[in-house]
Design a protein around this ligand. Structure first.
Ligand code: ADP
Ligand code: MG
Length: 677
């Protein structure tokens, strides 16, 4: 069990108080921590090259013996040069060592050593300076660790050997045997030994695969257990009722995935436990209509719905949309945001408390404890990726265990969605409403900026509107200056005959709203904005999205921004401008011209940028991973997900003795990481 491995690092031979303090800086406190301090990479001594064939100027490994050690040459004070002639019988090599007399002294004539470093010189006079030197019987693959001051690679390797020798009897096997067998996984003991001191790259791969599996398995177990935990009884079990009048009152025909998402919700809300569902759909796929359908079902059952949006603008927009969809069906919708006057808020809250209002749309103000619901049955959260696992829980505390629906416009590959939203069921909106025209997307360099402006003007002249987005970090003053002066420059120059508005995160909420409102009302032709415009804002007349410094965004984010146009009947385009036209950037931006499928784009993002965009931010509330890489380890991820489900099927809380080890690991992963979020 972990407690046997969780002995302070000082238990190890050669680790005193001082060194254990240094280890603490690496977050290594116990033997267990040390064993899980994995190498950053390895030096492979198994395939040395011959001196004759060794490339010059590139790092390589040669194996050679000492022919002759020369006398030390003292060049000047503080600089002594030691040389030795080495050979591997294909050619000779001069080994040069500066100052490190102890290292030179250890070399024995006629003995073989591995030298790792760059060969220099000519074909007849090869030399190698200050290489790493390993005895011929050293571990064939040398681990290289992340270090801290006072700890060298050699020390760490030594202590690791010590830990593995003294403690290997305590390395237990947390994963059930048949799961190991089914997935061709090695034992944990083998994995821990071979991740540090593998015989070759194959054993190293085996070890790594096992440790990645463990990490993803425990992560998935934790997420699934969280999901179960939220499966207490709901006090809002609803009755079967038809909502045909909702469908017929809509101004359009729902897509079939919208319909099935609504059916999913309706079925969930009739169950004993609260709904916990994610509706995932690309920008423009019509998530709001799904939310409204669910809210209407709750309404018909006599329950209130709360819809939370990440920004005021979005809350207002949802409010307008829901009013349009639901008021004619007799539902009273009310808005509740921070920028409302005290009196407006009080009135809204009174109506919520006495049940006059059945649907409440708002920002975080809703979470405030002063809002009392009369009969809250459904909580909808929009744009989930702005919230975290924790926050999802907050509103659920209100009412009597209400149902929860989460809407996310971040299309993420399904496997990843299962990780991030492992505690939720998922409905995916695969298709866009009929008649949407794809947004033409062009990636151009700054040289074409003037022409792009011309293109924008041409569309403004036709009565359309446009966005220009600059990637500004809203918190920083100077960057803010940037977007301000950029907007000023445009409104006095290229766009002086047009009405230009400015939107950024530093504006007061009311001011933001006012700008957005006037853009919606066509009082502005052009909106210069930071990414605050990213989330969900709907202006059907806007037909051009021009993005400056597009290379600074992730593809998914660009896709989100692009989704702000092409929402009406007008042909729309998106122009990506970059002053950094490297091949990598070009390739990346090209993906957007090629496809408008958000799932494909996110998959591409994942490949190109790694999962940082999805997992980097702590907002997800997910534990940090040590060895697994969600992008690279997709295959193991799937395996781990299947295994997790299988394990929980027969032991839903990991209570059985044979699962005690897994339980311990899962708790460790979540406790350690969730607490510092
Ligand atoms: P998102 O999924 O990005 O939040 P919205 O819910 O804002 O998308 O919907 C985008 C636009 O499409 C809105 O104007 C909405 O009224 C409209 N819409 C939604 N569903 C349909 C549909 N089935 N047919 C036509 N238009 C639709
Ligand atoms: Mg939306």
């Amino acid at each position: 069990m972990i407690k046997d491995l969780a002995k302070p690092i000082q238990y190890l031979k050669g680790v005193g108080e001082k060194r254990s303090e240094m280890y603490a800086k690496l977050d290594v406190h116990t033997v267990y921590d040390l064993l899980y301090h994995f190498p950053r990479y390895y030096i492979d001594l198994t395939r040395p090259v011959s001196i004759k064939d060794a490339p010059t100027g590139e790092s390589c490994v040669v194996k050679c013996r000492v022919v002759k050690k020369m006398a030390a040459a003292r060049i000047r004070k503080g600089l002594t040069v030691f040389k030795a002639v080495m050979t591997d019988d294909t050619a000779d090599l001069t080994l040069i060592i500066y100052n490190a007399e102890f290292q030179f002294d250890k070399l024995e004539t006629d003995r073989e050593y591995f030298l790792v470093g760059k060969l220099e010189g000519t074909l007849i006079r090869r030399e190698i300076s200050s290489p790493q030197i390993y005895a011929a019987d050293a571990d064939p693959v040398q681990p290289v660790y992340h270090l801290t001051e006072g700890i060298t690679q050699a020390m760490l390797r030594n202590n690791m050997h010590g830990a593995l020798q003294a403690f290997d009897k305590y390395i237990y096997e947390p994963v059930p045997k048949e799961i190991l067998k089914e997935n061709s996984l090695c034992s944990l003991e083998y994995a821990l030994k071979n991740i540090h001191f593998p015989q070759d790259s194959h054993t190293c791969e085996l070890a790594k695969r096992r440790l990645v599996f463990d990490e993803l398995l425990t992560l998935q177990l934790g997420m699934l257990m969280l999901k179960q935990r939220s499966r207490e009884r709901s006090g809002c079990k609803m009755k079967e009722l038809d909502i045909d009048d909702y469908y017929s009152a809509l101004p359009f025909e729902l897509t079939s995935s919208q319909k099935s998402a609504i059916s999913d919700c309706v079925a969930d809300m009739q169950k004993d436990c609260p709904m916990n569902r994610l509706v995932q759909g690309d920008v423009g796929s019509g998530k709001t209509a799904v939310a409204a359908g669910a809210a209407y079902f709750a309404f018909k059952n006599g329950y209130q719905t709360a819809l939370m949006a990440p920004t005021e603008i979005l809350a207002k927009q949802h409010y307008d949309t829901l009013c349009g969809f639901l008021e004619k069906l007799g539902v009273k919708v009310v808005l509740l945001t921070g920028s409302m006057t005290a009196k407006q808020k009080r009135l809204a809250k009174e109506g919520i408390e006495n049940g006059d209002h059945q649907v409440v749309v708002g920002t975080h103000a809703l979470v405030q404890s002063s809002t009392v619901f009369c009969r809250l049955g459904l909580v909808i959260t929009d744009e989930q990726h702005r919230f975290g696992v924790e926050q999802r829980g907050l509103l659920a505390g209100k009412g009597d265990n209400p149902h929860r629906l989460v809407m996310s416009a971040t299309p993420i590959p399904r496997t990843l969605a299962l990780m991030i939203y492992g505690d939720l069921d998922i409905s995916v909106l695969r298709e866009l409403p009929k008649g949407r025209q794809p947004v033409e997307t062009y990636a151009v360099t700054g040289k074409l900026r003037e022409r792009a402006y011309g293109y924008v003007r041409q569309h403004l002249d036709e009565g359309r509107q446009a966005y220009i987005v600059c990637p500004m970090i809203e918190e920083s003053d100077s960057e803010l200056q940037n977007v301000k002066s950029y907007a000023k420059k445009l409104s006095e120059g290229e766009f002086k005959d047009y009405k230009v508005g400015l939107l950024h995160g530093r504006l007061a909420a009311a001011k933001k709203e006012q700008v957005m409102e006037s853009f919606k009302a066509k009082e502005l032709d052009l909106l210069v904005s930071t990414t605050v415009v990213e989330v969900g804002v709907d202006v059907p007349n806007a037909a051009i999205m021009l993005i400056e410094n597009a290379d600074r965004f992730g593809l998914s984010q660009l896709h989100q921004l692009r989704g702000r146009v092409g929402r009406g009947q007008f042909k729309s385009s998106c122009i990506l401008i970059t002053d950094n036209p490297t091949e990598e950037v070009k390739q990346r931006l090209k993906v957007l011209s090629k496809t408008s499928d958000g799932f494909e784009i996110s998959q591409e993002d994942l490949k190109l940028r790694g999962p940082g965009d999805f997992f980097g931010s702590r907002q997800h509330g997910l534990p940090k991973l040590k060895i697994a890489d969600m992008a690279q380890d997709i295959e193991v991820l799937r395996t781990a997900q299947q295994a997790a489900r299988k394990i929980l099927d027969t032991d839903s809380a990991l209570d059985k003795p044979e699962n005690a080890g897994l339980r311990e690991l899962t708790e460790l992963l979540f406790e350690k990481n969730l607490s510092d979020n």
